[in-house]
Structure formats: C-alpha cells, structure tokens
Design a protein around this ligand. Structure first.
Ligand SMILES: O=C[C@H](O)COP(=O)(O)O
Length: 258
C-alpha cells in the first residue's frame, strides 16, 4: 500500500431512489468515524436523481462523505436530451464523476474520444474524473489486458495538461470481474495498475504518476479488499454491488481491519 490516501468509492449504478439514498448515506454517516475519514477518502456515486438529496444531507449535517455522479455530458448546455452537464454537477458540488465505466462503453457506445471529451468537461468544471478502464474476457484470454487498458488511458488523456492529469483517479476494472463474483487476483490488479502508473510517468512525469490514485474495481468485498489494497499500485476501490450494503461498504472502508 502506498502513501497516497486511498479512495473508496461506491458506484450505486441504477439503484436506490432519492429516499433510499438519504437512508443509506445516513447509515454510512452513523457508522463511519473521524478516524475512518482520516485513513480513507469515502465517496458515493448515486444516480443523478439522488444527488440533490445527498448534497442536502451532506451539507446540512456537515458529513465528510464525498459524492459525485456516474456520468457527465461532454457539452455544457443545449439540445442534448437526457444528458446532465458539468455546470449542473458542479452546482450540486459533486467532487467526482465516473467516466467511461464499462457499462457506458458497452451500452452507450462510449469510445476513447467520448471519454476524452468527458474528462475535459469534468476538469473544466472542477470535478475530479474517475476514469474507468479495463479489458473484457476475450482480451484477457488473449493476454492483451495491459495493451488494451493503456490504449484507453492514452485516449482519455489526449491533450489533458499535467496540472489536471495529476488529480485524476483511474479505476482499473476488468470487465469480466464486474458484478460476476469473479475477482481478479491481487497480482492481476497490480499488473495492470502498475502498468497504468508507468504509462502516466511516460506521458507526464514520474512525480505526477506517483500522485495519481489508481483504484481496482470488480467484485470487491470486505473479504477480498485487504489483499487487493496490499498491492503497491492500488490506491482504493470502485465498488458496485457491495456498496449497496452499508455495513459491507463500511467494512471495505475499514479494509485494514479485515
Ligand atoms: O463501478 C463498479 C464496478 O463496476 C464494480 O462493480 P461490482 O463491485 O458490482 O463488481
């Protein structure tokens, strides 16, 4: 484990309405103590319709839980039905936004150019991107996971200046491990997370690469998080299913106790 502050982020995906979101965040807030926030940054990524409610709760009770969105439009405003813009998310004080999640890539055809535009949109509005990258099963079976994932990193960071890139979070999520119960081994996670950090050093500088937090995502649970977090280039986790269970998510935040 590195000296970078780990980021444990719960990606709720399309789960929990705004009332359930309030109850869930209240439960997290009740369970988490100052020492948890000192050791780990904790964030939730609810559906768009929940964000205002989460913001009101976090602001009102001065909670230390960060929150963000699961997607952002590449456009600031205009005729883009169904999209939500950077200025809108910034107005709700979103700290983070997931970009290029494999479900966005798979179901909405998001490619590197789209991810690149969204990364730029997030930075433009002061929101930290959590750039999601990772290979599918066929690519893994062919042994091309590193090449594939680094091409996604290269594409999304095209023309992103160092002063922005140094704050990005990159989530390595092998698609075959998402929601399947198939977790990559800690060595699998380290192989690709380490390669991502080396690529950041090539694209920018070693100093910058050493600052960037690289998460692992894919069937993370309290029972496997400690071994994954023990890897030198893994600085947190992007958690899907297990983040919907407040008790389990708190255990993941407290990975050092597992
Ligand atoms: O964004 C989270 C990932 O897709 C992981 O989801 P999962 O923990 O349910 O496998």
């Amino acid at each position: 484990m590195s000296s970078r502050t780990p980021l444990m982020a719960g990606n709720w995906k399309m789960n929990l309405n705004h009332l359930e979101a309030i109850a869930h965040v209240q439960k997290l807030a009740f369970a988490l103590a100052d020492k948890d926030y000192e050791a780990v940054e904790v964030a939730v990524l609810p559906p768009f319709t929940d964000i205002r409610s989460v913001q009101t709760l976090v602001d009102g009770d001065k909670l230390k839980i960060k929150y963000g969105a699961q997607d952002i439009s590449a456009h600031d405003s205009g005729a883009f039905t169904g999209e939500v813009s950077g200025p809108m998310l910034a107005k709700l004080k979103c700290a983070y936004v997931a970009i290029g999640h494999s479900e966005r890539r798979q179901y909405h055809g998001e490619d590197e150019a789209v991810c690149n535009a969204k990364v730029k949109a997030a930075f433009k509005h002061g929101i930290t991107p959590i750039l999601c990258v990772g290979e599918g099963l066929d690519v893994r079976k062919a042994g091309n996971q590193v090449t594939h994932t680094l091409a996604q990193v290269d594409g999304a960071l095209q023309d992103v200046p160092a002063e922005q890139a140094e704050t990005i979070v990159i989530a390595y999520e092998p698609v075959w491990a998402i929601g399947t119960g198939e977790v990559a081994t800690p060595e699998d996670a380290q192989e690709v997370c380490g390669a991502i950090r080396r690529r950041l050093a090539e694209l920018y500088s070693q100093e910058l690469a050493d600052k960037v937090r690289i998460q692992y995502g894919g069937s993370v649970k309290s029972g496997n998080v400690a071994a994954i977090m023990a890897q030198p280039d893994v600085d947190g986790a992007l958690i899907g299913g297990a983040a919907l269970d407040a008790d389990e998510f708190v255990k993941i935040v407290r990975f050092r106790d597992q």
